[in-house]
Write a protein that binds this ligand. Structure first.
Ligand SMILES: Cc1cc2nc3c(=O)[nH]c(=O)nc-3n(C[C@H](O)[C@H](O)[C@H](O)COP(=O)(O)OP(=O)(O)OC[C@H]3O[C@@H](n4cnc5c(N)ncnc54)[C@H](O)[C@@H]3O)c2cc1C
Length: 301
């Protein structure tokens, strides 16, 4: 029996072969995963990683896919997606919460509100899971993960051991950090500030409303395509000023409401989105002398 067959046999219920990934990205695009592994729990994840060391299939971690464009030919190796057993919330004390890595940010914000913990309102308007939010140092309206993280637990795929990493050990920057790409985050601890439930709810609603006004909703997008520039200028401003906001490539278009949001209008391919990205990058570089840097992650073949 080949290694791959052994792997399938051993992790039968949780490992599938040749799985369409378009449902796993907010663009609703992307070819198949050679293998998709949804671990039952942490012990099984570690067991799988140890077993895979013999086989050494390439590992790709996917969160909620709200910041990831998956290419049309899909992903070779194993895509690991943490499921419901990694989606949980536990109050540690009056302002700290321990959270499974697959938990959606919106759920965290609501749990915090219900427990009188403020300063996590910004998570109510970031789609995605907390694992992805830590990797991206996601944030909005003056707050981000680096300001509320206490520590995280992660399994290193090199030694298959779970370690705890404290906030002080991590260097965060705008939409990123220096964490090793070999880590699979399994849980995090976030810290908020005690506040009244009504006040927290009001702040959440204000933020959600602000987002509704400035950003499109109900569309196939991964949010901001490019990072804002260090020179205070927003990426959308530069895209507009250089006339790129009207660019399109097949069914890949740019949102009229927010021109840093690239959209699959229904029939686009991932390659159309990528072509549109490159077209905008080229024009912005030629006209404004600015090198736009991607905020979204592009993965696959
Ligand atoms: C409509 C819309 C609005 C948005 N608004 C904002 C905003 O205001 N602010 C903002 O910062 N972002 C925003 N985003 C982008 C996106 O929601 C965030 O980047 C989000 O935190 C990504 O989380 P995810 O779980 O979807 O990550 P994914 O897209 O699945 O993955 C992102 C990265 O994290 C890694 N990853 C995911 N989970 C784990 C894990 N457990 N362990 C290790 N690595 C992991 C992946 O490998 C990948 O590199 C928006 C997106 C959309 C669609």
């Amino acid at each position: 029996m080949s290694m791959n067959e052994q792997l399938i046999k051993k992790f039968n219920k949780n490992l599938s072969n040749n799985i369409k990934l378009s449902n796993y990205s907010w663009f609703n695009l992307g070819g198949p995963a050679e293998y998709l592994f949804k671990p039952e729990n942490k012990a099984q994840l570690i067991e799988f990683l140890k077993f895979n060391k013999k086989d050494n299939l390439k590992i790709t971690i996917l969160g909620a896919g709200s910041n990831t464009l998956i290419r049309d030919k899909g992903i070779k190796g194993v895509v690991i997606k943490l499921g419901s057993s990694f989606s949980n919330l536990k109050l540690i004390n009056k302002n700290m919460i321990e959270i499974g890595a697959a938990t959606l940010d919106r759920k965290i914000s609501n749990f915090a509100k219900d427990n009188g913990i403020g300063n996590l309102e910004f998570l109510s308007c970031i789609p995605g899971s907390i694992g992805g939010a830590v990797i991206m140092n996601s944030g909005c309206y003056g707050n981000d993960i680096s300001k509320v993280l206490v520590s995280l637990k992660a399994i290193d795929i090199n030694d298959c051991i779970e370690k705890e990493i404290k906030r002080e050990e991590i260097e965060f920057f705008y939409r990123g950090n220096n964490l090793s790409t070999s880590l699979i985050i399994t849980s995090v601890i976030l810290k908020g500030l005690p506040n009244l439930k009504e006040k927290i709810e009001k702040k959440q609603n204000e933020m959600i409303e602000r987002k509704k006004i400035s950003q499109p909703s109900q569309i196939k997008t991964c949010g901001s395509t490019f990072k804002n520039l260090s020179s205070e200028k927003k990426a959308w401003q530069i895209i507009k000023e250089t006339g790129c906001d009207l660019f399109k490539e097949g069914d890949a278009v740019i949102s009229k409401k927010h021109c840093n949001f690239f959209v699959n209008n229904g029939k686009a391919k991932s390659s159309d989105i990528e072509k549109l990205i490159n077209k905008v990058k080229k024009k912005v570089s030629e006209k404004a002398g600015v090198d736009l840097e991607l905020e979204i992650k592009i993965i696959g073949d």
